[in-house]
Design a binder for this molecule. Structure first.
Ligand code: PLP
Length: 376
C-alpha cells in the first residue's frame, strides 16, 4: 500500500490495534448468540452488558439509557421517528447544516407523518442562531422536537448542549442531538445535560464501523424502530453486533482515559496546520470558528478558486492525501456540500475539510503543505 496521509478522520478513523485485540475473542472463540440461555450465550450476553455499563459510566448515564445500534444513522432515525410517533411532536425544529441522517429523516417524517419542519437560522460563522431558536419555540403551536447537532462534521462548530437543552425544556420541547462527532472526543456528563436523545458512532473514534449507541433519557418511553426479537430490552430487534459492541466500549474507554493528552495533541496538529497554511498559501481562509468553540479534530479551509485549485481533491488523491471536499458547489455530478451552501456560498473558493486524529503528525502536515503549494 502506498504511504498515505490520512486527514479525513471526521469521515472515519482507523481501528485502534488495542480495540481489535479486545474484539478478537468475540470474532473467534465467543460466537454464542447472546440470546441463547446456555453458558456460551451467557458469556456473550455478559460481554454486552459489561460494555453497556462501561459506556454508561463514561457518559455518566444509567446503563438502562444506553441502546446499542448500527451507528449514528440508525440512532437518529430511531430518535426522530419516536419523537413524532410516540412523544407527540408535530413540529421538527432543525438546521440546514445537520447531517443527512437527520435532514432526510425529518423530510421523510414531514411527508409520512405530516409534521411541520422549521430551520433555525445559521450565523455567518456557522453557529446556530439561538435567539431564532427561541423565537421558533415560542411561536410553535405544536409540541416541538428540536434536533441540532453538537459538533458540525464539516466546520467543527459546536453548539452548547446545556443552553440549547434548557431552552427546549422551557418550551416543553423534546431535544435530540446528533453527537456523532463528539462522543469519543468530548467529556459528557449526561446526568447534568438536559437532553432526551444523543447518538454515537464507534468508527469516529477508532472503534469498528457499524457500531453505535442511542442514549434515551430514562424519563422518555418510546416504541422500537426495528421489530422482531426482544434484544436491547425490546427496543432494537436483531442479533447483537457482539464484537462491534465490545469494540465500541473499548474504543470509548481508551478515548476517555486519554482524552486530555489526545485532545491537546490533536489540537496542536490542527493549529499547526492552520499556521502553515496561512504562512504558505496566499488567500487561504477558514470556515466556522476554528479557534473558538470548535471541535479540535476539524479544520475547514477555503482556497482561492483557480483552474488548478478546482482540481485540488483529485490532485490530493493522486498524491495519496485523503481529505474531503466541502465546496458549496463543485462541478458536474457533484451537488456540493449543503453545509457550505448554508454558511459560505462563495463561488470563488474551493473548500477542503482536513480532519485529524491521534495518528496524525506534524510531519504529515508538512508533507501536505509542500504538495499543496503545487496544487493552488
Ligand atoms: N452524524 C454525523 C455528524 C456524522 O458525521 C455521521 C457520519 O458521517 C453520521 C451522523 C452517521 O453516522 P454513521 O456512519 O455511524 O451512520
Amino acid at each position: 500500500m502506498p504511504d498515505r496521509v490520512y486527514m479525513d478522520n471526521a469521515a472515519t478513523t482507523a481501528l485502534d490495534p488495542l480495540v481489535l485485540d479486545a474484539m478478537m475473542p468475540y470474532l473467534t472463540s465467543y460466537y454464542g448468540n447472546p440470546s441463547s440461555i446456555y453458558s456460551y450465550g451467557r458469556e456473550s450476553r455478559l460481554a454486552i452488558e459489561n460494555a453497556r455499563k462501561s459506556v454508561a459510566k463514561i457518559l455518566n448515564a444509567n446503563p438502562a439509557e444506553i441502546f446499542f445500534t448500527s451507528g449514528g444513522t440508525e440512532s437518529s432515525n430511531t430518535a426522530l421517528t419516536a419523537a413524532v410517533r410516540d412523544l407527540g411532536c408535530k413540529h421538527i425544529i432543525s438546521s440546514e447544516i445537520e447531517h443527512h441522517a437527520t435532514l432526510h429523516t425529518a423530510q421523510y417524517l414531514k411527508q409520512a407523518e405530516e409534521v411541520r419542519v422549521s430551520y433555525v437560522k445559521i450565523l455567518p460563522d456557522g453557529d446556530i442562531d439561538i435567539h431564532h431558536l427561541e423565537q421558533l419555540l415560542k411561536e410553535s403551536r405544536e409540541k416541538p422536537l428540536v434536533t441540532l447537532m453538537h459538533a458540525n462534521n464539516e466546520t467543527g462548530n459546536m453548539t452548547d448542549l446545556y443552553k440549547t437543552g434548557e431552552l427546549c425544556k422551557k418550551f416543553g420541547a423534546i431535544f435530540h442531538s446528533d453527537t456523532v462527532q463528539t462522543v469519543g472526543h468530548f467529556p459528557f456528563d449526561l446526568r447534568k445535560t438536559p437532553v432526551d436523545f444523543i447518538t454515537g458512532s464507534g468508527h469516529k473514534f477508532h472503534g469498528p464501523k457499524g457500531s453505535g449507541i442511542l442514549y434515551i433519557n430514562e424519563n422518555i418511553k418510546i416504541n422500537p424502530f426495528l421489530h422482531g426479537g426482544s434484544q436491547e430490552r425490546n427496543m432494537r430487534a436483531g442479533t447483537e453486533n457482539l464484537y462491534g459492541i465490545v469494540g465500541f466500549a473499548k474504543a470509548l474507554e481508551m478515548a476517555a482515559a486519554n482524552y486530555e493528552a489526545d485532545s491537546a495533541y490533536i489540537r496542536s496538529i490542527k493549529l499547526y496546520m492552520m499556521q502553515q497554511l496561512q504562512q504558505n498559501i496566499e488567500g487561504v481562509s477558514f470556515n466556522g470558528n476554528p479557534c473558538g468553540m470548535s471541535l479540535y479534530t476539524v479544520l475547514s479551509v477555503n482556497f482561492p478558486k483557480t483552474d488548478k485549485s478546482e482540481m485540488i481533491l483529485f490532485n490530493m488523491d493522486i498524491n495519496n492525501i485523503c481529505t474531503s471536499g466541502g465546496s458549496a458547489c463543485s462541478s458536474g455530478a457533484d451537488t456540493g456540500s449543503h453545509v457550505m451552501r448554508a454558511i459560505n456560498n462563495n463561488p470563488d473558493q474551493v473548500t477542503v475539510r482536513f480532519s485529524f486524529s491521534k495518528f496524525n503528525t506534524k510531519k504529515e502536515a508538512d508533507i501536505v503543505i509542500e504538495k499543496l503549494k503545487d496544487m493552488i
